[in-house]
Design a binder for this molecule. Structure first.
Ligand code: PMV
Length: 331
C-alpha cells in the first residue's frame, strides 16, 4: 500500500489577476488530501471517495476512453483521466489497482481541494508504479486534472501544493520559493457556500478579452501590489503585508468576486486585530483568510465563528507533496 499526501493552499495576494499575467503570492497550509493505492483485481482500476460517497471500477485497458455513465460518478471523471495518464506514462495496460481518496480540505471553497487530490494521487500512483517522479513530473501530470476541472487554470494551486511553503508565482515562469516564516499565523474563514472557480474565472476573463479599461487598470495595480507583498513578506513586515492584503480585497470587490458574507468575515477579522484579511481563491463564496499574530489567532477565529463562518487555524506546510510514512487515517 502506498499513501501520497498533499496540502491545501491559500492565496495571500493576486488571485484572478494571476490568470492574466500578474504575479501572485500563495502559501501551502496544513489541511491534507491523502491518496491510497493498493494492488487490485487484475485488469481493473477501482477509484473511490468515501466522503463523496462514490466508487467506480473501470477496465484498465479502457480507462482513457470510458466516460462517466451517471451523474453520481461524474465527480470521479477528473481522477479517471489522471489515473489514465499515469498508467500511460508507466506503459501499464492490464494492472489492477484500488485508489481511495480521503481529504480534510473542504471542496469548492478556494483552498485547492481538487489540485491537492490530483497531486496526492499522482504522487501515490507514480510511487506504486516505480516511476521515480520528481516534484516537477508530479506537477506536470496533475495539471491535466486541473485543466479538466478549471478549464484555464493559472497553475498556482497545483504548484503551491506540489512544492509547499510560500511561493511567488507567475504564469510561464519557474515559481520563486520564499523562505518560510513561523511568525506568521493564518486563520481561514469559510462562508460555507461553494461555487465554481471555472465560472468566476471565465466571467473576469470575458471582461479582459473585450479590453475593459477599468479591469486592465485594476489588473496592473494588483500586479504591483503582489510585488510589494513579496517584499513585505521577505522583510517580515506583517503590518505592511496585512495592509496590502486588505487593499487586494478591495480590488477583488471592484471586479465583483466578493460577497456580503466574505466582506462580513473580513471586517470581523480586522476588528478582532488581524494584520490584514481578504477573500482567498476565486471568491463568489468560499473562504477568506486573515493574517494574524500567533497570540491573536483564537480571538480572530472566534470573531469569524460568531459572524457565521467556520474558522480553521492553520500552519504553513513547508514540504508540499510527499509519500506518507504514517499511514494511519486522518479522521
Ligand atoms: O481554485 P481556487 O478557487 O482556489 O482559485 C484559484 C485562483 C484563481 O486565480 C481564481 C484561478 C487560477 O487558476 O489562478
Amino acid at each position: 500500500m502506498i499513501v501520497g499526501q498533499a496540502p491545501a493552499k491559500v492565496i495571500l495576494t493576486g488571485e484572478h489577476f494571476v490568470v492574466h499575467g500578474q504575479p501572485a503570492l500563495a502559501a501551502a497550509v496544513n489541511l491534507y488530501s491523502k491518496a491510497t493505492v493498493r494492488p487490485g483485481v487484475y485488469g481493473i482500476v477501482q477509484i473511490s471517495s468515501p466522503e463523496l460517497g462514490v466508487k467506480r471500477s473501470y477496465p484498465t485497458r479502457l480507462i482513457n476512453t470510458v466516460p462517466s455513465s451517471t451523474h453520481d460518478d461524474s465527480a470521479l471523471e477528473p481522477l479517471r483521466l489522471l489515473v489514465g495518464k499515469v498508467l500511460e506514462e508507466a506503459g501499464e495496460t492490464d494492472i489492477g489497482l484500488d485508489l481511495e481518496i480521503i481529504s480534510q480540505i473542504p471542496v469548492g471553497v478556494g483552498l485547492g481541494s481538487s489540485a491537492s487530490t490530483a497531486v496526492s494521487t499522482t504522487a501515490a500512483l507514480a510511487e506504486f508504479l516505480n516511476l521515480h517522479f520528481e516534484k516537477n513530473d508530479i506537477l506536470k501530470i496533475a495539471s491535466v486534472q486541473e485543466k479538466h476541472v478549471h478549464k484555464k487554470p493559472s497553475g498556482i494551486d497545483a504548484s503551491t501544493i506540489t512544492y509547499g511553503g510560500v511561493l511567488c508565482f507567475r504564469v510561464g515562469e519557474q515559481p520563486i520559493r520564499l523562505q518560510s516564516n513561523d511568525q506568521m499565523s493564518i486563520v481561514i474563514g469559510n462562508t460555507g457556500s461553494s461555487r465554481s472557480t471555472g465560472v468566476l474565472v471565465t466571467n473576469v476573463s470575458k471582461r479582459v478579452a473585450v479590453g475593459d479599461k477599468e479591469l486592465t487598470r485594476i489588473n496592473e495595480s494588483a500586479g504591483n501590489l503582489t510585488l510589494q507583498a513579496v517584499q513585505a513578506y521577505k522583510e517580515r513586515d506583517f503590518d505592511r503585508l496585512g495592509q496590502l492584503m486588505c487593499a487586494n480585497h478591495e480590488l477583488l470587490m471592484q471586479i465583483g468576486v466578493s460577497t456580503t458574507e466574505l466582506d462580513t468575515l473580513v471586517e470581523a477579522a480586522m476588528s478582532a486585530g488581524a494584520f490584514g484579511a481578504k477573500l482567498t481563491g476565486a471568491g463568489g463564496g468560499g473562504c477568506m483568510i486573515a493574517l494574524s499574530r500567533p497570540e491573536d489567532r483564537t480571538r480572530i477565529a472566534d470573531a469569524i465563528s460568531s459572524n457565521g463562518g467556520s474558522a480553521y487555524l492553520v500552519e504553513l506546510d513547508t514540504l508540499g507533496v510527499r509519500i506518507c510514512e504514517d499511514q494511519t487515517d486522518m479522521h
